[in-house]
Design a protein around this ligand. Structure first.
Ligand code: GZL
Length: 320
C-alpha cells in the first residue's frame, strides 16, 4: 500500500519517462463557460498550470455531467499524475472516482463538492464556503430592510429566489445559508424559487416568469445565486418598466466585474464575493500531492461583501 501510494504520488513509470520526469501531468475537467465567474476561474487555472512544470489536459464539459465523467475516464486512460475537477453537481461520481482510485490517481476537487460515501475518493477540496455566502446575502438583506423606511405595505418582504444549477453544491448551500438567516423570520417570505442554471439568459427568462406570476408590485427583493443571473434578471425588470435596485432590491453572489458595473449604475444593491482565482493555490496543492506531501482536507478562500455605494471605488481593483 505504502509503495502504491508513493508511486501514485510521485508520477508513473514507463512511456516517455523523461517528459514525465519534467512535467506534472494534470487532467482538469471544468464545468463549462456559463458565467463570468467560470471564465475567470478557467483563466486562473490555465495561468497557474503552465509548462514546463505542468502538462495540463483541459476539458470543458458544457455544464453536462456525462461530459465530465467521459473526461475523467480519458484522464485515467492517459494515466495522468493528478486529476482535478469542479463537479457540476454533487451526486453521481462514486463509480468514476473509484476507477481513479483503482488507477492510483489522486483527485483534487476545486470550487464545488461531491457527495460520496467514501471520503478517500478525493484528496482535498479547494473552494468557497457557499453556506456562508448565502448567510452573507441574507444578512445584507436584513440590514437593508432595517435601514429603509417601512413603506407601510402590509405583509412580509416578498423575495424571489433565482437558484443556481439544480443539484450543484453552490445552489444547495447558498440556499441553505440564506434560509438559515431569514427562513424563520416572519418579516420575510420567499414567494418564488426556480433555477436559472447560473446563466444570464436563463436568469432573464425566469425573472420574466416571476414578474408575470407575481405582478409588477408583487416582488420586493431578488436573491440571485450568481451575478450573471442577476444581470439577466435586471434586463427583465427594466423591460417590465420597473427600476432594478429600487422597485426591486437585488442581492447576488460572485462579485464579478459585471456586478460592480451594475451596482455603479444603481441597478444591483449588493454582491457577495466568491473568489474564482483558485489557480495558484490549486497549483501548490497539485505539487504537494504529486510529491506525496500531506495536504489539508479542505482549503478555503478569503471573500467579502460589496454594496452599491462601494462599487465605483472598488471597480478599478477588481481582478475578475
Ligand atoms: C461558485 C461557482 C458558481 C458561481 C457561478 O464557486 O461554482 O458556478 O457562483 C458559476 O457563477 O457558474
Amino acid at each position: 500500500m505504502l509503495c502504491a501510494v508513493v508511486l501514485g504520488a510521485c508520477g508513473k513509470g514507463g512511456g516517455d519517462a523523461a517528459a514525465k520526469a519534467d512535467a506534472i501531468r494534470v487532467g482538469f475537467s471544468q464545468v463549462g463557460a456559463e458565467s463570468e465567474w467560470r471564465t475567470a476561474n478557467t483563466r486562473s487555472v490555465k495561468e497557474a498550470l503552465v509548462a514546463p512544470e505542468f502538462n495540463l489536459k483541459f476539458s470543458d464539459a458544457q455544464q453536462k455531467q456525462e461530459n465530465q465523467i467521459k473526461a475523467l475516464r480519458s484522464f485515467i486512460a492517459q494515466d495522468v499524475d493528478v486529476i482535478a475537477f469542479s463537479p457540476v453537481v454533487e451526486s453521481g461520481w462514486e463509480t468514476v472516482l473509484r476507477e481513479a482510485k483503482a488507477a492510483n490517481i489522486p483527485v483534487v476537487l476545486t470550487d464545488r463538492a461531491v457527495d460520496v460515501s467514501d471520503d478517500s475518493l478525493y484528496t482535498t477540496l479547494i473552494g468557497s464556503d457557499f453556506v456562508e455566502e448565502g448567510r452573507r446575502a441574507a444578512r445584507w438583506l436584513l440590514e437593508d430592510s432595517a435601514s429603509r423606511k417601512s413603506s407601510g405595505a402590509a405583509g412580509p418582504v416578498r423575495i424571489v429566489d433565482l437558484q443556481g444549477t439544480v443539484g450543484s453544491a453552490p445552489a444547495i448551500d447558498r440556499m441553505a445559508g440564506f434560509k438559515e438567516v431569514i427562513g424563520q423570520d416572519p418579516r420575510f417570505a420567499i414567494v418564488r424559487s426556480q433555477s436559472g442554471d447560473f446563466t444570464r439568459a436563463k436568469g432573464k427568462e425566469v425573472m420574466e416568469a416571476f414578474l408575470k406570476a407575481e405582478g409588477r408590485d408583487g416582488i420586493d427583493v431578488l436573491f440571485a445565486h450568481n451575478d450573471d443571473m442577476a444581470i439577466g434578471a435586471i434586463q427583465a425588470i427594466e423591460e417590465a418598466g420597473l427600476k432594478p435596485g429600487e422597485d426591486i432590491r437585488i442581492v447576488s453572489i460572485d462579485g464579478v466585474r459585471g456586478a460592480f458595473e451594475a451596482m455603479k449604475a444603481g441597478k444591483l444593491n449588493a454582491t457577495v464575493e466568491c473568489n474564482p482565482l483558485l489557480g495558484p493555490q490549486l497549483a501548490q496543492i497539485i505539487r504537494d500531492v504529486h510529491a506525496g506531501k500531506p495536504v489539508a482536507r479542505r482549503v478555503e478562500v478569503e471573500e467579502g461583501v460589496f454594496t452599491r455605494d462601494q462599487a465605483a471605488a472598488e471597480l478599478p481593483n477588481r481582478k475578475y
